[in-house]
Design a protein around this ligand. Sequence first.
Ligand SMILES: *Cc1c(COP(=O)(O)O)cnc(C)c1O
Length: 479
Amino acid sequence: MTPDPVSDFALAAKAAVAELDAYLRSAIAGEGPVVRLRPLREIAEGLDLERWIRRGGLGGAVYRDFLASYLETTTRLPHPGYMAHQVAVPLPQAGLAGLVDAVTNNPMAIYEMGQGASAMEFTVLNWMLQKLGFATMPWPGEGVPAAERGGGVLTHGGSLANLTALLAARARVAPELWRSGGHGGLAILVSPNAHYAIGRAAGIMGLGLDGMETVAVDARGVIDPAGLEAALERLRGRGRRPLCLVANACSTAVGLYDPLPELADFCERHGIWLHVDAAHGASALLSRDTRHLLDGVERADSVVWDTHKMLQTPALCAALLVRRAADLDRTFQQEASYLIHDKHQPGIDFLHRTLECTKAGLGLKVFTVLAAAGEAAMGEHVAACYRLAHRAWELVGERAGFEAPVQPQANILCFRHGEDDALQLRIRDRLLAEGRFHLSSTVYRGARYLRCVFMSPNTDESIVEAMLDAIEAAAASDG
Ligand SMILES: *Cc1c(COP(=O)(O)O)cnc(C)c1O
């Protein structure tokens, strides 16, 4: 008997929900390891992956057992000991959005392929534009000249959003390059602590390493406004002209915010595009306690804001927001006649604003999360994560043998035990093997540090204390 695919789906989905419910409860309670690293081959063979592909039939009643085995291989983000990477612990309701998006599959880059998801993207973008202090997009067909208003688009991740931002800047500064190609003698002014996505974008755009002019930073690694004029001189001395200045809000390694008002002053003085890479840190706009960190962002030309970091949205979802919609509308100056043509429609297409052609219903995901939590609770989540990093910094300071090089501004804390670089990695490995705590590690000012990113509503001060105890124990038994 051939199973009916729809009832098969319903059966498997019901089992999956029960399994995921148990998963969430056990992970949040801190039962079992946060992660257990095993060899890839062992996992592939244990799950019998090849055989499933050859034979098919993974559905219905058998799905539950398989899912239970798969969940054993996951890094359990809701576990209180998860403090490793800048990846959201999703609001459980986000799972529903993922399910609905997958079942309906409305890739809404053109309006006729996903009207509700388009309306959600439009609404979420306007909400973000307001938070930034940019003008919102008018309703389609309202007759308001949209070009001078703000604009934006949701994309699959901050890396793509940053590339699009640099392309938007280029379309403004040197529109002829779309046809002629080449770097046109452009270079970006950039912090040495920018995310590597910026360097990759510059590489993709053909700017080369010569097209990246590093600006001076202070002792903490934050852009020093006093060094900007000299950086511009150096850039010009090499026969280049500025494409944009890229600011961090906040930086990846230690989570520090560049001084946006001073950077905006400099950019205004010289007519330079200001791009604020706020992939991680823009969500601080949602809380009265943390909003000040982004003072001056309203003067940026473009801003990247990931929702899959601090807004509890599952990967991937990022926003690129621009002060003038026209800048984004002319970024990709191509025509795809079968998609982009004069058509009478009651909505808008986002296709011309993104690198993606087919694009998931990202607006559905982020809307579902925001609507479940409400913006005030989401702001409190961000502020609580930031507060916990600050508290952890104090706790580290109270213990002998520990050192934290910078006071955190966001939810990222770097610290170390002792002076030995290699010891930090051994401590991390030891903690991973024990399975109670998952930390990351970074190099900061030439030295190796342990790094905590507090992303989880399930992590609190007592977990931090227990983590520091575990580090002391690991260091004591080292060697
Ligand atoms: C995470 C991050 C990125 C990269 O974004 P993805 O969504 O991971 O592609 C870029 N810049 C900053 C500052 C980030 O924190």
